[in-house]
Design a protein around this ligand. Structure first.
Ligand code: RI2
Length: 327
């Protein structure tokens, strides 16, 4: 273990940071898998030593990407259960196996949640629909592929999603299924909005007030959708809802390197030029018609209820059991 962190876990952290592993759900599953690996590789001989290892790995992972709330929520899912087991006096070997068991449980539940969202969301798609999606969301795309597999016929517009072009991933996934896809540049979203019946996007986080944090550009698309009276749907597993927002915390928006936007050599020695590259933006609840979760469809105003159901009453500190880093 380098600095107490298994090499495989270091690799997971690096891959999340570089976006080799990306998409809020995949990030959460990778982070939880890191806890599983940590437990399997653990050399700790005391409970305290084991929790130190889990905490070190969690701290490391929390520093990779700040916006996808699914990452801390995934870690929290496992750590909460291991902490409860420790409070009951369970011995070290049991704590290690509970870590592995709950990590596998989270990963399984997470995949099942996406499948359910696909089933539930597919009912909202009608034959002949024209749908627009932005970026690349497993949850949003599963709705489309499930609807297609059930025999519905529709068309999809995909925005390319500058600067990292994740829209091309969506284009390929849908295109491979034979779904008619039209690729457009991000700034063409309003130009086509009158032709579109429904926008379906994913989420990196959902706040207690129903605001949706998703890939940069989502809020502009939502604005154009509202103007054109186009429905705006969000597909999000309940572990993307942010308990911290109940007590007023803001979801941190990741600012990525400017070289993703433009090669520094193209700016050269122009001293008055700067580049900003926020990775996400916030779409207020009033622009969102509904959120499709694995527990059912909710209006954005019900986000607080989902958070209470999933995470219990929120008091500062209480949600971060054994999760010492607050970014
Ligand atoms: P799923 C992605 O973020 C996109 O913003 C996408 O809408 C969201 O995560 C949810 O994706 P990034 O990691 O979990 O590409 O639905 O920055 O796959």
């Amino acid at each position: 273990m380098a600095h107490g962190i298994p090499r495989e876990v270091v690799k997971i952290g690096q891959d999340i940071k570089s976006m080799k592993i990306r998409g809020a759900g995949r990030i959460a599953r990778a982070a939880v898998r890191a806890l599983l690996i940590t437990s399997r590789a653990s050399k700790a001989t005391t409970t305290r030593g084991f929790f130190n290892e889990l905490n070190e790995v969690s701290t490391f992972l929390l520093r990779t990407r700040p916006t996808a709330v699914s990452l801390p929520n995934g870690l929290r899912y496992v750590l909460k259960r291991v902490s409860e087991a420790e409070e009951k006096g369970l011995e070290l070997a049991r704590l290690k196996s509970i870590t592995i068991k709950t990590a596998l449980e989270f990963i399984k539940n997470s995949k099942e949640a996406i499948r359910r969202i696909g089933e539930i969301g597919a009912h909202r798609i009608n034959d002949g629909d024209v749908i627009l999606t932005h970026c690349n969301s497993d949850a949003a795309l599963t709705i489309l592929t499930t609807a297609w597999d059930s025999g519905k016929k529709f068309k999809v517009y995909v925005t390319e999603t500058r600067p990292r072009l994740q829209g091309l991933i969506s284009m390929k996934i849908l295109g491979k299924k034979g779904i008619p896809v039209t690729l457009i540049i991000d700034s063409a979203a309003r130009y086509f909005m009158n032709d579109i019946d429904k926008v379906i996007v994913g989420a990196d986080a959902v706040a207690a007030n129903g605001a949706v944090i998703n890939k940069i550009g989502t809020s502009l698309i939502a604005l154009a959708a509202k103007e054109a009276r186009t429905s705006f749907f969000v597909a999000a597993e309940t572990y993307k809802f942010s308990p911290e927002t109940v007590i007023g915390a803001l979801v941190k928006i990741e600012e990525r390197d400017s070289s993703e936007v433009i090669r520094p050599s193209r700016i050269g020695s122009l001293k008055s030029v700067s580049v900003k590259n926020p990775s996400f933006d916030v779409t207020p609840a009033e622009y969102v018609d509904l959120i499709i979760t694995e527990k059912g469809i909710i209006p954005p105003e019900a986000a607080f209820t989902i958070i209470q159901q999933e995470f219990g009453p929120i008091t500062k500190g209480a949600t971060l059991t054994r999760l010492s880093v607050e970014e």
